[in-house]
Design a protein around this ligand. Structure first.
Ligand code: CMP
Length: 134
């Protein structure tokens, strides 16, 4: 196993529900939080961050949602962090996420799913650099 960095975003739905602290507690139990900030994404930031999805039908709604309120962005470090954080988050669709996962406990559906996480080691590095200086 290797030491990896993954980018977590506590999304506007979770921040609005005032559960970002409870989510942070779960993250701190398993990872080293190396950087963290709260911000309100601009449309330009959200469009650039999710550029890989720009041809998808859900893209406009995703940008509206991700800019609808503040988010908390965190760089998480740990052994095998990409896979372990994805397990902790649960399935993208909160209605299908396993019991005990963050998305099951704090999300609502496919869009309002409480948290984002990087899907590969390369994206973990790229997405962390999007928000934080090395
Ligand atoms: P996230 O992990 O942030 O990565 C892209 C996001 O797009 C995803 O979580 C969901 O919030 C959203 N998303 C992915 N697929 C769909 C879909 N089929 N319909 C609506 N939203 C989606």
């Amino acid at each position: 196993m290797a030491l990896e960095t993954t980018l977590s975003i506590i999304k506007p739905d979770a921040v609005a529900k005032k559960v970002s602290g409870r989510i942070l507690s779960r993250l701190e139990e398993q990872f080293n939080v190396v950087a963290m900030k709260k911000l309100h994404l601009t449309r330009e930031q959200a469009q650039a961050f999710y550029a890989v999805h720009k041809e998808r039908p859900f893209y406009p709604a995703l940008i509206d949602f991700m800019t609808s309120g503040p988010v908390v962005v965190l760089a998480l470090e740990g052994e095998d962090a990409i896979k372990r954080y994805r397990e902790l988050m649960g399935a993208t669709d909160s209605t299908k996420a396993a019991a005990g996962t963050i998305r099951k406990d704090f999300g609502t559906d496919m869009q309002k799913n409480a948290v984002h996480g990087s899907d590969s080691v390369e994206n973990g590095i790229r997405e962390t650099r999007f928000f934080f200086a090395p």
